[in-house]
Design a binder for this molecule. Structure first.
Ligand SMILES: Cc1cc2nc3c(=O)[nH]c(=O)nc-3n(C[C@H](O)[C@H](O)[C@H](O)COP(=O)(O)O)c2cc1C
Length: 442
C-alpha cells in the first residue's frame, strides 16, 4: 500500500475536543461540535491544503468505569468521553474536498460483516473512492457491556472472529465484479447477473449467502487498516490489511515491529510494500525547543494530576487509582493480562518505559509521552520525522495523535511542517489520483 518512500500523513480526529483539551485556551467550549459540520469541514480543507492522505475517527462504544470503579472521572473530566458516532461527518467532509481520504472504525467483535460491507460500500461511493475501514477487535469491558456481553470475549477469540469477519466482508465486496453494471436501455439490462455472485459462507460465527446488493464502488474494497500489535493482531493485518496504525514508542521498537510484520507478510505470501505503517506521533510545533517545552508544561498544568492514570485505567481495564507510591508498570502486568484487553499496547510500555519509574510518575506524563513525540521548530520536527521514517524502512508515514489544541495543532502542522517536508522531497506536493488507495501508493 505504500509503494513509494514518501512520508504519508494522517491525522487522528478522535479526541479533538475531549481529553481535557476543552479546558485549554482556544477550545470552543459550548460550540455544537456534534450538531454542525463546519468544524470538521474546515479540518478537512486544512488537511487537503497539506496534501494529507487521511483523516481518521477511532471508535469505542463504552463509558469506562475502570478508574475508581465508577464513570465519575471520565465523565467529569471529559476523558475519551463523549464518543459520538462520527460516520455522518464523512460525507459532509467529502463534499468539500477532492483528495483527502477518511478512515472510520467498525468493530469486528460487535458488528456483522454484511452490515459492515454494505456501509463501507456506500461510504466508498459517497466519498468517490476515499474511504478506509479501521477494523478493530475492541478491547474494552464497558463497550462489551453495551453490546450484551457480561464478560468480554477473550483476546485471541476476538481475533479468530475477526479473521472470519474480514474473510466474509472481502468476499462480499468481491461478489460484484467491477464491470457488472451494464445500464443498457435498449436491451433492458441493468447489471450482468453472471458478474454478481453468491458467497455461500457458512462458518463458526457467521452464515452469509450474498451477494452484496450494491453496485461496485470506486475502490471495490475500502482501504483496510488493522492496528493490532499482538501476535494475532499482526497476523490479521498481514492477512488482510493495506495499512497498519502502530503506537511503537522508540525507533528500535519500530524497527522490530516492521521486521515482525514483514515476517508475517511473507508467511501470508505478501510483500513488505503491501502494508504501510502509519506510526502514531504527537507533533508540537514551536519557534524553539524551549517554547515547545513551555507549551507542554502549560498543557500538563491544565490537566488534573490523575489524568494520565484515568486514561491508563480506561485503556487497560485496570484500576490505576489503586497504584501505591512504589508500584511500577510491571506490578500491573498480570492484572492487565487478565483483563484480555489492550495487551499489545501494554507490552510496548513494559518494553520501552524505564522499569524503575513508578506508575504514578509515568502516569503524570502519560498524556504527553504515551506515543512518539516530535517537538520544536519545523526543521527540528522534520529532522526527527525523517530519522524515524528512514530508520524504519520508509514504508508508510505518520498519524498525528492528539495535540494541545484541536484546530491550531493541525493548522500549524500544515502551514509550518508540511512545506519543510515537501521542500526536502519527503512528502508529495499534489494528490496522485482520485482514490485514497492511489494516493497512499504515491
Ligand atoms: C492509531 C490507533 C488507533 C486505534 N483505534 C482504535 C479504535 O478506534 N477502537 C479500538 O477499539 N481500538 C483501536 N486501536 C487499538 C488496536 O486496534 C489494538 O487493539 C491495539 O493496538 C492493541 O493490539 P492487540 O489488539 O493486538 O492487542 C487503535 C490503535 C492505534 C495504534
Amino acid at each position: 500500500m505504500a509503494h513509494s518512500r514518501n512520508i504519508h500523513l494522517a491525522a487522528d480526529l478522535s479526541f479533538l475536543h475531549t481529553d481535557y483539551l476543552w479546558r485549554l485556551p482556544g477550545s470552543w467550549i459550548g460550540y455544537p461540535y456534534y450538531g454542525t459540520s463546519e468544524f470538521y469541514e474546515d479540518v478537512a480543507r486544512l488537511a487537503e491544503r497539506g496534501i494529507m492522505d487521511m483523516l481518521f475517527f477511532g471508535d469505542t462504544g463504552g463509558t469506562s468505569e475502570d478508574f475508581g470503579g465508577t464513570h465519575d472521572a471520565v465523565v467529569r473530566l471529559g476523558a475519551k468521553w463523549p464518543r459520538h458516532d462520527m460516520t455522518p461527518m464523512i460525507p459532509l467532509m467529502a463534499r468539500v474536498t477532492k483528495g483527502v481520504g477518511f478512515a472510520m472504525t467498525m468493530s469486528t467483535t460487535y458488528h456483522h460483516p454484511f452490515h459492515c460491507a454494505r456501509v463501507f460500500n456506500a461510504l466508498d461511493h459517497v466519498t468517490r473512492g476515499r474511504i478506509a475501514w479501521n477494523a478493530v477487535t475492541s478491547a474494552y469491558k464497558a463497550e462489551a457491556a453495551n453490546y450484551g456481553f457480561d464478560v468480554m470475549m477473550d483476546h485471541d477469540q476476538r481475533y479468530e472472529r475477526a479473521q472470519e469477519f474480514l474473510k466474509v466482508a472481502c468476499a462480499l465486496w468481491d461478489s460484484i465484479e467491477p464491470d457488472a453494471f451494464v445500464g443498457d436501455r435498449d436491451q433492458g439490462i441493468y447489471c450482468d447477473p453472471a458478474k454478481v455472485h453468491r458467497i455461500d459462507h457458512r462458518g463458526d460465527y457467521f452464515n452469509v449467502r450474498g451477494p452484496l446488493p450494491a453496485l461496485p464502488s470506486p475502490q471495490q474494497r475500502p482501504v483496510i487498516i488493522q492496528a493490532g500489535l499482538s501476535g494475532p493482531g499482526m497476523k490479521l493485518a498481514a492477512d488482510y490489511a493495506d495499512l497498519q496504525f502502530s503506537t511503537r514508542r522508540t525507533l528500535p521498537s519500530m524497527q522490530q515491529h516492521r521486521r515482525a510484520l514483514d515476517e508475517k507478510l511473507a508467511e501470508a505470501g505478501r510483500s513488505p510494500r503491501d502494508i504501510g505503517v502509519l506510526w502514531s506521533i504527537r507533533v508540537q510545533v514551536a519557534t524553539s525547543a524551549s517554547e515547545a517545552r513551555a507549551k507542554e508544561a502549560a498543557y500538563l498544568a491544565a490537566v488534573p494530576p490523575e489524568a494520565g492514570l484515568v486514561e491508563m485505567s480506561q485503556q487497560f481495564g485496570v484500576d490505576f487509582s489503586q497504584a501505591r507510591e512504589d508500584m511500577t508498570l510491571a506490578d500491573f502486568a498480570d492484572a492487565v493480562a487478565s483483563q484480555k484487553g489492550n495487551l499489545g499496547t501494554f507490552e510496548e510500555l513494559l518494553k520501552t518505559v524505564d522499569p524503575k519509574q513508578t506508575v504514578r510518575e509515568f502516569g503524570s506524563r502519560f498524556m504527553v509521552d504515551r506515543i512518539l513525540v516530535a517537538s520544536g521548530t519545523p526543521a527540528e520536527i522534520v529532522d526527527r520525522l525523517e530519522e524515524l521514517h528512514e530508520g524504519s524502512g520508509a514504508n508508510g508515514g505518520f498519524i498525528l495523535g492528539r495535540g494541545f489544541s484541536a484546530m491550531d495543532n493541525i493548522r500549524e502542522f500544515v502551514e509550518l511542517v508540511v512545506p519543510e517536508l515537501q521542500k526536502r522531497g519527503l512528502s508529495k506536493t499534489k494528490y496522485a489520483g482520485s482514490t485514497l488507495r492511489e494516493n497512499l501508493n504515491a
